[in-house]
Design a protein around this ligand. Structure first.
Ligand SMILES: *Cc1c(COP(=O)(O)O)cnc(C)c1O
Length: 234
């Protein structure tokens, strides 16, 4: 039953992304990746997403992700941590996630570096979270500090900085949303042009409420929960 809903929603989402690309003069809607944010939904939702062709799964809590991961296995999926990560959960997070999108402090980045070193595997891909809306309760580096932070994090041998992530304010004011996304894109461009070790692969911005604007402003990765799966159940 989840599958049909996801399939239908996904069609709608793809059409909206395509139209946003056209409005912005972007040629290839396929360069906008979709992360299916499954937090608050049961593991069956992830299986439905996988069946519908979605590969990237977003979760915001390590424990919840671990439970689902154990329930359904990881095959064919790429897990993204999108929520605030406590340093004492880093080791567990590294075992589950392919990318940590929510690196919001140097101390967290250093812990990831240390734990990745202990694991002895390849460096951990991370995105630097930017607080471009300026809201006090939001995690992330202020825009003014984002480039310097990305530079320092990119120097750590145990991590690869593969882009930036931001969350906009919960508002319908399109100018406010647009300004948030534009500032983040400008920071992304400064990182790309000024930091040799920065890998400009992902500009992760846009959620259910605002992904079309984010795409218009250059997002290459939208993180969608409600638009795909409806209201969260827990
Ligand atoms: C929950 C969450 C999302 C998805 O939110 P929706 O509004 O349901 O699309 C995206 N990004 C982050 C960081 C989240 O915590």
């Amino acid at each position: 039953m989840y599958f049909e809903r996801v399939q239908r929603s996904l069609e709608e989402v793809r059409a909206r992304i395509e139209r946003a690309c056209v409005r912005a003069g972007r040629r290839d809607a396929a360069e906008v990746a979709i992360v299916a944010v499954t937090k608050g939904h049961p593991p069956e939702v992830i299986e439905a997403a996988r069946e519908a062709g979605l590969r990237r799964i977003g979760e915001n809590r390590v424990r919840e992700a671990a439970e689902k991961w154990e329930a359904i296995g990881r095959s064919g999926l790429e897990w993204h941590m999108v929520g605030h990560l406590q340093r004492n959960k880093v080791r567990d997070a590294l075992a589950i996630f392919e990318t940590i999108q929510s690196v919001d402090s140097l101390r967290l980045a250093r812990r990831i570096d240390t734990e990745a070193g202990k694991r002895g595997g390849p460096p951990m891909p991370v995105l630097v979270q930017v607080n471009a809306s300026g809201e006090e309760q939001k995690h992330g580096f202020p825009v003014a500090d984002a480039v310097a932070a990305a530079r320092r994090i990119a120097e750590l041998p145990g991590v690869r900085v593969t882009g930036l992530m931001t969350m906009a304010a919960l508002t319908d004011d399109r100018d406010v949303l647009r300004a948030t996304f534009r500032r983040t894109r400008e920071a992304f461009e400064r990182c790309r042009d000024g930091i040799p070790a920065f890998e400009p692969r992902h500009l992760s911005m846009g959620m259910t409420n605002d992904y079309e604007l984010a795409v218009e402003e250059g997002s290459t990765m939208v993180r969608l929960g409600t638009a795909l799966f409806g209201e969260r159940v827990r």
